[in-house]
Design a binder for this molecule. Structure first.
Ligand code: FPP
Length: 275
């Protein structure tokens, strides 16, 4: 756990039910550019401030005891940005992963990178592989960094792998079902996200974890990513704890009503909650 640094953090922390935390939180970190623009700074200053916000979120999630934190750091679409920004981001992400290694070690965090890693420059690939290797024995939170990632590309890669298997050894046992598809995603073995946070107010999924977020709770905040501090994270977790997750079933109250014949749709079947 962590020591609250001020009264607001202490108050939010005291409201949180530590026995009902999400297992997996995923974050679309958006708004670095706007944060810089509002301060008349170059966009890269926003990305540097974004790294500090990521560090705080990582440490806080690990100390709260979350199982998995996934951060969307660079999408396959981000290559369309000006070359200087792309080069800066690549250097920054690689440098940040290296600089964060002592903190990952101290907090027992295991690093995993997802995305089309093979398309990244070789020097970056090596540095990332080294960092992953150095944290491989850690048993605490999994930090998953999505780099050159897109949900559709992930699904294409999974289906291509399944197609290869369908004509290779073991093809007789191959069964296409949800479990098999999930096992061929980059996130195989990880629980699906319980909570997806998006900063800076945009109501979009931006091609992130499309398969995995089927039943994920969404939380969108106007806060720009560099301003997303520990209190912002605690507020998102508290909001999550106020939700009722139904997975397409009925809520407690609706279930009670339907048993008494209260909830019926026009064709007479019991209404199933749709969300
Ligand atoms: C969005 O801001 C952020 C990114 C493109 C991702 C880069 C993220 C960081 C540098 C944070 C650190 C991450 C790690 C894993 C250490 P934007 O440029 O899209 O903002 P805008 O929409 O306001 O232009």
């Amino acid at each position: 756990m962590f020591e609250p640094r001020n009264r607001r953090e202490a108050r939010l922390l005291s409201q949180l039910d530590l026995t009902r935390l999400p297992r997996h939180v995923a974050i679309i970190m958006d708004g670095n550019g706007r944060w810089a623009q509002r301060r008349h700074l170059p966009r890269i200053a926003g990305h540097r401030a974004g790294v500090a916000a990521a560090r705080e979120a990582i440490e806080t999630c690990a100390r709260l005891g979350l199982e998995v934190l996934t951060l969307y750091a660079f999408s396959t679409e981000n290559w369309r940005r000006p070359q200087t920004e792309v080069q800066f981001l690549m250097r920054l992400l690689q440098e940040s992963v290296r600089k964060e290694l002592p903190s990952l070690r101290d907090n027992n965090i295991r690093l995993q990178i997802i995305g089309r890693i093979h398309q990244l420059p070789v020097a970056i690939r090596h540095k990332l592989a080294q960092a992953v290797e150095e944290t491989a024995a850690n048993t605490g939170m999994r930090l998953v960094v999505a780099l050159n990632y897109s949900g559709r590309a992930e699904l294409v890669d999974a289906f291509a792998a399944l197609l290869r298997q369908s004509s290779g050894p073991g093809r007789e046992e191959l069964r296409i079902d949800e479990h098999t598809i999930a096992q061929h995603l980059y996130t195989a073995g990880l629980p699906d996200p319980d909570l997806l946070i998006r900063t800076s107010g945009e109501m979009r999924l931006s091609n992130f974890l499309l398969w995995q977020i089927a039943y994920t709770e969404l939380y969108v905040t106007e806060t720009l990513w560099p301003d997303f501090d520990r209190c912002s994270l605690l507020e998102a977790l508290l909001d999550y704890q106020r939700r009722e997750r139904r997975y397409g079933g009925l809520s407690g109250a609706a279930l009670h009503l339907s048993r008494g014949g209260g909830l019926r749709n026009p064709v007479g079947r019991e209404t199933q909650g749709g969300a």
